[in-house]
Write a protein that binds this ligand. Structure first.
Ligand code: NAD
Length: 469
């Protein structure tokens, strides 16, 4: 489904008309193309007086080949950067802003009291107008629940309000995220920073990500452009829409993909699999014997590394009008069967140690939606499943995370009535719907072997939708 208004607002005449009428002017988002660098343009660094992550950051920026400059508040950056072999200079002189930059990264992990928030003001006040379109902002903090004192937990929690407000203020399709890095988990930060600084995260904004202690071994991939090389990935609901895009992105990342969908979708499933050199399984995952059939298939295949639970259905009606079988069908396909499949794959070892489970929730499950009691229950349940099983699966070296898409342009949303569809598209900080590949890229980030510091996370891919914010 194409968004004709997006094209119109980006034409010379349409752009002027949108200005005159005060209509939203969505930008065409920069999206990742194979082989491009993580970031094109420099990164401006800021931080509190105590900024404990600078050495970690210097190492990461060196590996991704990023140019950096430092705000005057961070004189310690230059020697640290030089030590890591990075060229770096000071940004701005005599209180005047410096060059335009592609990203801002602020190390707030050293803040222990709200009276230190001034450093945040200085940095973002000075730099707010200097971020290029489709730029990135990442604030690094410590998880409030792990802080040593109430004062420290308070200022760290406060960062959420700052990051979500910046995401609304900066406009120009600039995405802003808060990453809470647990003490000792600095070595797990790289895959997250690579994702959040790159065009892979085009439609992810105002999110809070928690990077924690490593689950299992994990490893930096030999080739960051093919992090899933040698991995076997099951994608459910792969015959169309978001699932087909996930299968494609997984293959681009180097994986061998097992594409699953219902038997009625066999023809399009075959097409998707043929395009990416994958295999197919035609199966209704709602069937009682699906978990065992998948265990058998995985074992026959030498075990799987990643499972992506993308298959999902809607049967919308207000609860008063809803038939019981519609309730049961949605809860079974979207939630209960996924719980059973996870348990069976993990307990049997068919999902290997170091494995990744990535689920697809929805902002309906976060905000609730009229006519979607069954769907919202199932998608909120996915969040519950992720959070409750993360510590259990971690004991086997397996992570589980979820993405929660907002309005994504697919056949599912094309079926939504026009007025509701337009509202869904525009009511977010990017003033447009996301594309299936935006969801797929977020899933690929969770699926990476280097993402073993990520478990129990739920990240929205919604352009900072106002719904459920
Ligand atoms: N499109 C959006 O805006 C949006 C927003 C939030 C969440 N989501 C979620 O993203 C996922 C994909 O959505 P989509 O828009 O691509 O939907 P879609 O309807 O286009 O695709 C879903 C796929 O799942 C398959 N499927 C359904 N039931 C199945 C079963 N029992 N066994 C095997 N396969 C089954 C379908 O055949 C279909 O190919 C779903 O979980 C959906 O709830 C979508």
């Amino acid at each position: 489904m194409t968004d004709s208004y997006l094209n119109f607002a980006n034409s010379p005449v349409g752009g002027k008309l949108a200005d005159v009428l005060g209509l939203p002017k969505p930008m065409v988002l920069e999206r990742y193309k194979a082989g491009q660098p993580v970031i094109k343009g420099s990164v401006l660094l800021g931080g509190g007086t105590n900024a404990p992550l600078l050495e970690t950051l210097a190492g990461i920026f060196k590996r991704i080949g990023a140019q950096t400059v430092a705000h005057a508040q961070l004189p310690q950056w230059t020697p640290i950067a030089n030590q890591a072999g990075l060229m770096s200079g000071r940004w701005g002189v005599d209180g005047q802003p410096g060059e335009k930059v592609k990203a801002l990264v602020f190390d707030a992990t050293g803040l222990v009291d709200s009276s230190e928030s001034e450093a945040l003001y200085q940095f973002f006040h000075d730099a707010a107008r200097s971020v290029l379109p489709c730029g990135r902002v990442v604030i690094l903090g410590r998880p409030p629940e792990l802080c040593r004192t109430p004062r420290q937990a308070t200022i760290q929690r406060a960062l959420e309000g700052l990051s979500r407000s910046l995401a609304k203020e900066l406009k120009k399709a600039i995405a802003v995220q808060l990453v809470y890095v647990a003490e000792g988990a600095e070595g797990q930060l790289e895959s997250t920073l690579r994702f959040l600084l790159s065009p892979r995260s085009a439609y992810v904004s105002a999110q809070v990500v928690r990077v924690g202690a490593p689950v299992g071994e994990g490893a930096a991939p030999a080739d960051w452009s093919k992090p899933l090389a040698g991995k076997k990935v099951l994608v459910t609901g792969a015959s169309r829409g978001i699932g087909a895009s996930i299968a494609e992105v997984m293959a681009q990342e180097g994986a061998t993909v097992i594409c699953l969908d219902i038997p009625q979708a066999q023809a399009s499933l075959d097409e998707v699999a043929a395009k990416i050199g994958g295999s197919t399984i035609a199966l209704d995952i709602g069937a009682a014997d699906a978990p065992q059939l998948l265990v058998d298939a995985a074992k026959a295949d030498g075990g799987w590394d990643v499972v992506v639970h993308n298959a999902g259905i809607t049967r919308d009606k207000t609860i008063a009008n809803m038939k019981e079988h519609f309730w049961q069908m949605v809860v079974n396909v979207n939630l209960s069967t996924q719980e059973r499949i996870n348990d069976a794959l993990v307990e049997s070892g068919a999902l290997k140690a170091g494995g990744r489970i990535v689920c697809v929730s929805s902002i309906s499950g976060i905000a609730g939606n009229l006519g979607q009691t069954n769907y919202a229950l199932s998608k909120a349940g996915v969040v519950g499943m992720v959070q409750s099983t993360a510590p259990i699966f971690a004991k086997k070296g397996i992570t589980i995370n979820a993405v929660a898409p907002g309005f994504i342009e697919t056949q599912m949303t094309a079926a939504v009535p026009f007025a509701i569809r337009e509202a869904g598209r525009r009511m977010n900080s990017m003033s447009q719907g996301g594309l299936p590949q935006d969801v797929a890229q977020a899933i690929a980030w969770f699926a990476s072997p280097a993402s073993n510091g990520l478990t129990g996370n739920v990240v929205r891919v919604c352009g900072q939708s106002l719904i459920g914010a």
